[in-house]
Ligand binder design. Structure first.
Ligand SMILES: [Zn+2]
Length: 395
């Protein structure tokens, strides 16, 4: 779309910048967009003229959701495993290997179609930035093609060759770590911005995780990791040690883990803050206890919310659902949850151009079918996303 775009008659604008309260709210506001960027925010009555016009009709507008944790490159589904779990079987993470088998057998076009379908689902629910991980290929060729396909859809791509040790390496995990750090990383790195490890009992121990993340850093990738999901462990401390942008899950934390994350949040500037990304869809779908968001927030930790969209432990692409869970089940206030799902996600990706609606930011806006952001938690399960504007373009 060429020319400027004015979104006006916004009853409640969440800017995550200057304004009322922690969300920087402005009332009766308008946003002017040029060349994919926000160039002006102010009172609707004083809005400048523009080539194109969206009338919000008094509704709420917020920054597009930033989903900083998603696994979209896979084949098949695990509905039967979900049913078994709901009938009482525990979640162990072992089902990942089922998806690995299906993914290796799939064609590029099949994988691409799944990524597009899930990305489209998420966009219709207000997600304008979505991180995409590999991790269901676990061979040099399958990890490289997973990331090549992911990179067609997102610039936020993550190499997760260390998701689980594949069956063929079950009795020689050291060899698999060598493969991940060597030829697999070399093939994946051209398509990846980040490196991630599932640091958990039954996946990768702390020494393997440290070695893999260090190799990724040496190849120019940023660090993020799956940590402390299924039990207590050293993952969060490792993330802080390696200046991870985010440690994800954080369901089982010690006081020292919380203190280490809070220490990073008190530092200044990029490279000093490790975000705790909470993924309540996983606890919902595995019927597990939720992370203690209040403990993190009250300690001053920067918290993000993401979907963890994947076919095993959290097959949702819906950020509004995660916001509702965070408020109802994790005792976050609606404002904290909305911030975590927008600006928090941006911090987890070390981005300052998204998750906010201030001049200079990318023009990613969500127009709700509601007068306030509060309705996203207050009216769970209701399709409240009226319109999505991404990069200044109405979708
Ligand atoms: Zn995950």
């Amino acid at each position: 779309m060429s020319g400027s775009l004015l979104v006006d008659n916004i009853g409640e604008l969440v800017t995550n910048g200057a304004g009322e309260g922690p969300l920087g709210i402005r009332r009766n506001a308008a946003v002017l967009v040029e060349e994919g960027r926000v160039v002006w925010v102010g009172p609707s009555a004083y809005a400048p003229a523009a080539d194109h016009h969206v009338d919000a009709g008094g509704a709420a507008v917020l920054p597009g959701f930033v989903d900083s944790h998603a696994h979209l490159v896979f084949a098949g589904d695990r509905a039967a495993e979900f049913a078994a779990r709901m009938a009482g079987e525990p979640y162990t993470g072992g089902g990942i290997r089922t998806t690995v088998g299906a993914t290796r057998a799939a064609t590029d076009e099949e994988l691409r179609a799944t990524v597009r379908r899930l990305r489209g689902e998420a966009l219709r629910q207000g997600t304008t930035t979505m991180e995409i991980k590999s991790g269901y290929g676990l061979t040099v060729a399958d990890e490289a093609r997973s990331l090549r396909i992911a990179a067609e859809t997102s610039t936020e791509t993550t190499f997760l060759g260390a998701h689980v040790v594949p069956a063929e390496y079950a009795d020689r995990p050291d060899d698999y770590v060598g493969l991940v750090c060597g030829p697999m990383l070399a093939a994946a790195a051209p398509y990846a911005k980040w490196i991630d490890v599932f640091c958990e009992q039954g996946a990768f121990d702390v020494d393997h995780a440290r070695a893999i993340l260090a190799c990724g850093q040496a190849a120019g990738l940023g660090v993020r990791l799956h940590a402390n999901q299924l039990g207590p462990g050293p993952g969060v401390q490792l993330g802080v040690e390696l200046d991870a942008a985010s440690v994800d899950h954080c369901t089982h934390l010690s006081d020292a883990d919380v203190a280490a994350l809070a220490d990073t949040a008190r530092g200044d500037g990029p490279g000093t803050r490790t975000v705790a990304t909470l993924l309540p869809g996983a606890e919902f779908s595995t019927r597990s206890p939720y992370p203690d968001a209040r403990r993190l927030l009250d300690a001053g930790v920067t918290v993000a919310l993401a979907t963890d969209c994947n076919p095993g432990s959290s097959y949702t692409s819906s950020m509004p659902f995660c916001v509702a869970l965070a408020v109802r089940e994790m005792r976050m206030t609606p404002a904290e949850a909305i911030w975590a799902a927008t600006a928090g996600g941006a911090r987890a990706l070390r981005r300052d151009d998204i998750g906010v609606l201030t001049p200079g930011a990318r023009a990613d806006l969500v127009v709700l079918d509601a007068p306030s952001y509060l309705h996203l938690a207050y009216r769970p399960g209701v399709p409240l996303i009226r319109q999505v504007i991404r990069n200044g373009v109405p979708q």
